[in-house]
Design a protein. Sequence first.
Length: 553
Amino acid sequence: MFREYISPQLDSLIQLHFEDHLLRAQLRLDMPTATDSGAKSRATAYDAERAFDTLCEASMRLFGLGSQLLFISQQRSAGALFTVMAIIRPLLTLVNERTLWLKPHVAYSDNASYLRLRSLQSLSTSYYRSDVIAGDIAGWITAEYHRARDALGSVASKDVWSQYSMERTPMNKIFGEWAGELPTLYWALSAMLRPEKFSMTSIAILQQYSSSLNYSLQMLFWDLSQVGRAVTDIKILYEAANIKNQIIDGDVAYPRPSTDVSKGMDIELRNVSFAYPGDKAKESALQDVSFRIPAGSLVVIVGANGSGKSTIIKLLTRLYDADSGTILVDGLPIQDYRLADLRQTQATLTQDHHLYPLTLGENIGLGYSEHVDDLDMIMASAKDGGAAGLLDKFKEGAQTTLEPISTAFGYQLDDDKHKSLKGILTKLEKTTEVSGGEKQRLVASRTFMRFRTGKIKLLCVDEPSSALDPRGEFELFERLRETGDGKTMIFVTHRFGHLTKYADVIICMKEGKVAELGTHKDLVASGGEYASLYNVQAQAFTESEVVQPATET
Ligand SMILES: Nc1ncnc2c1ncn2[C@@H]1O[C@H](COP(=O)(O)OP(=O)(O)OP(=O)(O)O)[C@@H](O)[C@H]1O
C-alpha cells in the first residue's frame, strides 16, 4: 500500500529531474556530435525511472532471499547441506548463462533479404501513407515482402539478444538437470540412512523448500542482471552532460575592438575541403574551395543540386568545421572566435529552419530572444517578413499556436460505438493548417527580428523562397537587401534575376568546386557553367509568347 502510494510520486520526481538534466545536456550539442550514433545522447528520463525501479526490486528480493535462506538452514529436517544442494542448480545456470546486456556490443544485420524485409515493413507506417496511397503501391509492397521473406528462408530472424543467449552445447543443460536432482538425492539418502527421522510430510516440506529457493534465486539473478543494466543506464544519463562537442569553442571576442562593429564580415576561404561525417559519396562535399568576400559585399552562390552551396553556409556558421584548409573571418581563423559571439553577428534564413511548436509571436520573437514578448517589434518583423497578414488571420493573433505538441491519443475507439470520444479526440488532434509559403514568411520574419539586435554582420540566405509566390519572393529579397545593406550578404539561389544583377560577385559551384567567379556580366560573357545555367532560364522567357495585359475597349 505504502509502496503503491510512494512509488509513482518518486518515479515522477526522478523523471522530472533527469528530463531537466537531459534537456540541458542535449541543447548544448553541436551538429556533428548530435548526429553521431553514440548512444549517450539518446538516453531518456524513462531510463532513470526504470533503473530506480530495478534497484528497488533487486534490493527487496535480496532481503527476501536472505530471510528465506536463514529460515531453511535453521530447520531440523533441512540444514546447511540441504540449502547448499538446493542452490547449486541456479548457481550453475548463472555461471553458464550467456547474456549480451552487460557487454558493450554492436548489433547489426548485413543480410540483404532481412534488411529489405524491414524496409518494406516500414512502408506500412503512417509516415509513408500518402505516398503509398497516391502511388497505389500497396499490392507491390505485399508481393515484395513475401518475396523477401521467401529469400530469407530459414535464416533466424529472432532478435540478436535471444540468438546470443541460445545454448551452444547440451552439456550445460545435462549438468543443470543433474544438479536440479541434488535435493532429492539428499532426502532419499537421508531417508535411507535415518528412516526414523523422515515422514511423507517432511519430504513434502523439503521439496517445497527446494523449489521455492530455486525460484527466488532465479528471480534474484534476473534482477541482478537488470541492476547491471540499470547502473549502465544511469552512467549514460550522467555522461550525457559531459559529451565532448566536436566544434571547439574559441576564445577571441568577436567583433574585435579594432574592427568597425557596424561593418559587414570579411570572409576568406583558403583551400577548404569538407566531407560530411559518415558520407558515402565518392567525392567530398567541398574540394579545395578558395574565394574572398570583402566586408559589405553582396554575394550570390549558384550551381546545380549537390554542388556544395549550402555546405559553404554551414561552414561559415560553424555548424561544421572544414576538414582541411582555412576560413578567415576578419583576418583570423574562424575557430579562434568565441562561438556565441560569432553566432550573435550572423542571421541565417534557410529551408532547414522550422516552425517551433510555440505561439506565432514566439516563432518570430525568438529571432531576438531578449525581446520575445515585444509585440511591436514582433509585428514590425512580421511586416518585413510578409507575415503580418497571417497574424491578422487568426482570432488569437500572435498568441496562436499553429502546431502544438499533441498528447492526445485514443485506444480501441470504434467509429460507431464511441462517437463522442472520437469527436473529442479529433478536436484535440486538430492543428491549425498554414501553407508552405506562409510558414516560410514566418521563418523569414524571425530573421528580420534577429536583425533588430543591431549586431548582425553577416546574412546568409539559402533558397528560402521555394514555396513563395513570385511577388512574395521578390518582396522578400528586396527587404532582405535593404535590411542587410552595408553588411555582408550571401544568397544561395537557383533563380537568376532578382539578385544576380545586384551581386558584387557571383560564385558558381560545380561538383564541390568553384567553377567560376565574377559579376553577372563577366560570367555571361565567358560562356561557361554560369552562362549555361543562366541560358536555361532565360530561354524559357525569350521563347514564350509575351502576354499583353488586356485593355478595355
Ligand atoms: N547532412 C549531410 N550528410 C551527408 N551528406 C550531405 C549532407 N548534406 C549534404 N550532403 C551532401 O553534400 C553534397 C553537397 O550538398 P549541398 O547541400 O551543399 O549542395 P547544394 O549545392 O546546396 O544542393 P541543393 O541545390 O540541392 O540545395 C551533396 O552531395 C549532398 O548529398
